[in-house]
Design a binder for this molecule. Structure first.
Ligand SMILES: Nc1ncnc2c1ncn2[C@@H]1O[C@H](COP(=O)(O)OP(=O)(O)O)[C@@H](O)[C@H]1O
Ligand SMILES: [Mg+2]
Length: 240
């Protein structure tokens, strides 16, 4: 059951993350509000995955603070995260969704119907009884999305969910993401794909080497990048 409180805005107050001598994120200030998807954009190693882990509460800042709806101690109930390579149980597609529902506290009597609804939502009804690990990469991503959506998250964190997919599979996954966003789920998604900014983003958070260079409306980011680094990225130059 979702409590009345909200996890939004999701706020980073001067957040740094270090591992030994390595600075992974460097004094990030960021507020993510409700609305269209927020894309976390940046080259490999810029800190996108680390930022998502902090958003979920899976990692703690070395300095600074993360808060959800003004609360630093908000539990993970209203959030879900999908990693780049989804981990599937050695069971059918349907059983993977049902297992996620059970974990989220869905009563046993509702699980079968909810599982069917979720598989339908991601276009996998016909593959319900197929072993999940036999599904293609794109199908596994859609199954992982079904499992995450089963938690009815207020915030859905996605780590490059289409990175290894072909255009057709990418489109399918993007449609599910847009559908979830239209239904009121706040999407926060890591990407290094400018096309994805055009197709999905309301706003863009641009990271390079752990520093936040820009947080802007997607159209502003694309048309009027405010930093040389963002301008180079938008031009398609390599940003290191
Ligand atoms: N636990 C860790 N210990 C040391 N370095 C790490 C750790 N996690 C991530 N890093 C480093 O932090 C940087 C950012 O990593 P990551 O958040 O995975 O970036 P991205 O998702 O944008 O590729 C990389 O240089 C990575 O090697
Ligand atoms: Mg990453």
């Amino acid at each position: 059951m979702r409590a009345a409180a909200s996890d939004l805005p999701l706020a980073f107050d001067d957040v740094s993350l270090t591992a030994g001598a390595t600075t992974i994120l460097d004094r990030v200030n960021l507020t993510i509000g409700p609305g269209a998807p927020t894309l976390i954009l940046g080259p490999n190693g810029s800190g996108k995955t680390s930022l998502l882990r902090l958003c979920m509460g899976l990692a703690e800042p070395s300095t600074g603070a993360v808060s959800w709806g003004g609360r630093a101690d908000a539990g993970p109930e209203r959030r879900a995260i999908l990693f780049q390579k989804p981990v599937m149980l050695r069971r059918s597609a349907a059983a993977n969704v049902a297992y996620g529902l059970a974990q989220a506290g869905c009563p046993r009597g509702l699980r079968t119907r909810r599982t069917e609804e979720l598989l339908d939502r991601v276009g996998l009804s016909a593959l319900a009884s197929r072993p999940a690990r036999r599904l293609s990469g794109g199908e596994q991503q859609r199954l992982a999305l079904a499992r995450a959506l089963g938690r009815q998250p207020e915030i859905l964190l996605l780590d490059e969910p289409t990175a290894s997919l072909d255009p057709a599979a990418t489109r399918f996954v993007e449609e599910i993401i847009l559908d979830a966003a239209r239904s009121g789920t706040k999407i926060v998604m890591a990407s290094h794909d400018l096309g994805q900014v055009r197709r999905l983003a309301g706003d863009v958070v641009f990271l390079v080497r752990g520093r936040l260079f820009e947080h802007a409306a997607a159209s502003d980011f694309l048309d009027r990048p405010a930093t040389p680094q963002a301008a180079a990225f938008v031009r398609g130059d390599l940003v290191l």
